[in-house]
Design a protein around this ligand. Sequence first.
Ligand code: LLP
Length: 389
Amino acid sequence: MENILSKKDLPQALESVATPCYLYDFDILCATLAAIRREVPENDPSYRVHYAIKANGNPRLVKEIARYGFGADCVSGGEVKLALESGIPAERIVYAGVGKTDAEIEFAISEGIGCLNVESLPELEVINEIAGKLGKKADIALRVNPDIDAHTHEYITTGLEENKFGINLPLLPGVIKRMKEMENITFRGIHMHIGSQVLNMEPYALQCERAMQIQEMFEKEGLTVESINVGGGLGIDYDAPEANPVPDFKAYFDTFRRNMKLREGQTLHFELGRAIVAQCGSLLARVLYVKEGVSRKYVILDAGMTELIRPALYGAHHVIRNLTSTSEQSDTYDVVGPVCESSDCFAKGEVLPVTHRGDLIAIRSAGAYGEAMSSGYNCRSLRPAIFVE
Ligand code: LLP
């Protein structure tokens, strides 16, 4: 079957779709990208938005995002390669990650990417050495752990001192001192990321304050901070995806416009992942069985944690819709997948219209960290993506 569906053919076209699969709605993606562009036009001299590819590396989505002039935030050599292949210019690519391999560092420097976000002194030493061997200078930013609580799930908070990311503030002076001696490093700026699925703007205001304090540490050492990268993390409405398909980018960017006083010529960089792609994606599944238990009923889907691991891993809840039931009555179900793990459960006590074998189910807000975190556990095969244009 063709993997592009036309909106006018829905919902009938979905009836013959092979499940499980990811369904991406380009209208929502484009409305989201346009909403960001309203807040940060492509020719804005100081604000630069990078798409965090980790949220979804589907090449078709990345290409569309590239068309809007966004840069890329990468966390592996594979992502850097994908960004380049998708038409994102090297100078708009930033690359973070606590464990970059020598081969990945060499590749990134050779391609001339905009910035390597360095997470430790040993990594900086290796980058300096590799750049020297290549006869190049590596553009770097130091990723600083800002020790800010983003008030989100403990597995997706990254900016606390105990997290493995970035250089802890007390260690920064020593790293700066050593960096100044390195011959093959060009210092560009600082990088931070406080966490993911952040809906309260307060931690971002705090982050601005922290960034400005940290920049002074560099300036005292005679270094110019050309760029400040505040990472990503803007959250989405998982409870009402249809009512709120586009996140509140105005509130987000206004927080930075209000709280971050940029120096002349300085650029502020953002790395948004979830906020760009989450709401355009649904995981489509069919009901294999409706099974009676002693005290509960189970809707068993042909999709499971192998297609969307967020409920199993973080206890996340995604809205579940039965697209084909015509029943006026509802019932309460545990909605589960076929994988051999008790945690392979999308929702407990979910109220759905009376559901039967063969019904088509959509699990919403699956565009971010759905396909990207899919696995072949239980020898399950890779799921196709379908695009609605
Ligand atoms: N920049 C850095 C340095 C990051 O570590 C992350 C995400 C982002 C940007 C993009 O964050 P976003 O805008 O998408 O929140 N798998 C988890 C989320 C992990 C986020 C990891 N880092 C989930 O499904 O909730």
